[in-house]
Design a protein around this ligand. Structure first.
Ligand SMILES: C[S@@+](CC[C@H](N)C(=O)[O-])C[C@H]1O[C@@H](n2cnc3c(N)ncnc32)[C@H](O)[C@@H]1O
Length: 520
């Protein structure tokens, strides 16, 4: 794609609004004097989160004019990178020499890094920790080579859920993300305590709060790179100022020939437009946990939405003593792969491996004595674990499995204080400020509820089709109708699984007919 017709050139932020003493001007000059190149780009800090050029792409589709008011406030944490003029595809628009990168190896060579390695500490995020200790230690040196970079790192990171207030966290009521946030906090605290126990120097240069800040800074800004054959992670000044958008419009790499980190356009970008980096196809819980934002319309170009919700299945207690044998056989099979009694599987609207594992677990959880025998006696290679029952084991079991699914997702839905309709209305209205934590929390829980709603519909459609006594044509019409009115993944299930049960029944009837039809 080539660039669109020329647009009026936006004024350069550096020349128009940034004083020579601005931390951004100092940062850019530091990079340029060390051989970095970004001649066609400018950094912008946004004052007003509702202004037309924002970290996400809404602005680009609704208002392509490059008129975002730059911030006059040097402390704004909302920044982005814009093209100063039209850029053609395949244009290296950023080049940052290796000497300006902070790598894992640099963290390893600090005294704290050496103590971590010497003591062979089992850390939650070792690569991140080496980058963290480097910046935490080095920023204490007012003459550090990297000082201009440290000065532009966001000081607060209040958008990161581990820093949310109790009121903000309450907005995630019903979501498993709350547990992940508390686990993340705990893991960071454990890393801090472990390191300080062998290297008290860390507590003399950074509080736990500083350590948490560094973790989120690194987590949201590091790049996984191959530098001269060595796989590492690095902080790359300037390259880490690009905001996220999909589908990707740029690609990045470490170029071994020039020994520079480069960003290259994949398509034409108009002058004034924001230049984005894709942080990958991710569920919103990962965007929120690791980057502090959630994408409102988190859909890929083909319509696939990677948002997930964890669904939990627990084995029900058996009702009578007669069931003892059956109960222990079930528990044995349920935990054969050393997984716990309560199983959690993250599913999205898809027929992927996780959805298939979920259906398999439901079949086992819903099995009666005879069905369980059929599963467990099918031989060790047929069903090695509870995730392997990929085909229906009979219409009755399948109906029970789908009823169980419906109960689970309907109960899970009740844990949220607001409905899908209420969330949609709130997101359309003026009350949730763009880019606020409140808004991101709503986007997150709405995404989860939409996945749950899908699985509720999935179960309803499946039960209807499993109960129906249909001829072949009627069955085909039903599959087509489910695809049209519900979702193509549900139609696929009906075609494959319900169709499979029907074929199996025919085969059995034929066999019984043949056996009973002899003239003996
Ligand atoms: C690598 S930094 C990008 C530059 C960043 N805007 C800055 O000012 O330093 C990643 C952070 O930018 C913000 N961000 C990036 N893409 C975003 C998006 N699509 N929507 C909202 N915030 C975004 C989030 O705060 C995220 O943690």
């Amino acid at each position: 794609m080539s660039v669109a017709a020329p647009t009026p050139q936006p004024p350069s932020l550096s020349s128009l609004t940034l004083a020579p003493t601005s931390k951004y001007t100092i940062f850019e000059n530091w990079l340029l004097s060390n051989g970095a190149k970004f001649p066609d780009l400018e950094l912008r800090a946004y004052d007003d989160p509702t202004s037309s050029s924002k970290p996400d792409k809404e602005s680009k589709t609704s208002d392509p004019s490059p008129s975002s008011p730059p911030s006059t406030d040097d402390d704004s944490e909302m920044r982005g990178v814009h093209a100063l003029r039209d850029l053609p595809p395949n244009n290296v628009c950023v080049s940052v020499p290796r000497k300006c990168l902070i790598t894992v190896e640099m963290g390893k060579s600090t005294s704290i890094g050496q103590a971590i390695l010497r003591n062979n500490l089992d850390l939650d995020a070792p690569k991140h920790v080496f980058l963290m200790v480097f910046i935490l230690k080095d920023r204490k040196d007012s003459n550090s080579f990297f000082k201009p970079y440290y000065d532009i790192l966001p000081p607060g990171l209040n958008n990161m859920p581990i820093f949310w207030t109790p009121e903000e966290l309450k907005l995630l009521t019903g979501s498993y993300l709350l547990k992940q946030i508390s686990d993340r906090k705990e893991a960071i605290t454990e890393d801090y305590n472990l390191i300080t126990s062998v290297c008290p120097e860390l507590s003399s240069i950074a509080t736990l709060q500083d350590f948490m800040w560094a973790r989120m800074c690194v987590c949201s800004r590091n790049f996984g790179l191959l530098i001269n054959g060595l796989r590492t992670s690095a902080l790359v000044p300037h390259a880490d100022m690009l905001n996220h958008f999909r589908p990707r419009e740029t690609k990045w790499t470490f170029d071994n020939d020039s020994q520079c980190f480069t960003i290259t356009t994949l398509q034409g970008i108009r002058g004034g437009d924001q230049i984005y980096d894709s942080y990958g196809q991710k569920c919103n819980h990962r965007f929120l946990l690791n980057y502090g934002f959630a994408v409102e319309d988190n859909k890929e170009q083909d319509g696939f939405c990677p948002n997930e919700v964890p669904i939990e299945i627990t084995l029900q207690q058996q009702q009578s003593a007669d069931d003892d044998n059956y109960s222990s056989l079930k528990t044995e099979f349920w935990t054969r792969d050393s997984s716990p009694i309560t199983k959690r599987v993250r599913v999205c609207v898809s027929n992927n491996d996780n959805t298939k594992s979920l259906l398999s677990m439901l079949r086992v959880a819903a099995s009666n004595g005879a069905e369980l025998q059929a599963i467990t006696q099918a031989g060790p290679y047929m069903y090695r674990s509870v995730k392997d029952v990929r085909f229906s084991i009979g219409v009755d079991n399948e109906i029970r499995a789908m009823e169980l699914l419906k109960n689970i997702v309907d109960e899970q839905m009740k844990a949220y204080p607001t409905s899908i309709k209420e969330d949609e209305l709130a997101l359309k209205g003026p009350s949730l400020v763009p880019y606020s934590n409140d808004r991101h929390a709503r986007i997150q829980v709405l995404g989860e509820k939409r996945v749950l709603e899908h699985y509720s519909e999935f179960a309803n459609s499946a039960i209807e089709c499993l109960n129906g006594e249909l001829g072949d044509d009627e069955f085909d019409q039903m599959v087509e109708k489910v695809g049209r009115e519900k979702h193509h993944t549900i139609a696929q299930y009906v075609k494959d699984v319900v169709g499979g049960i029907r074929r199996e029944e025919r085969r059995r009837e034929r066999k019984e007919g043949e056996e009973g039809g002899g003239h003996f």
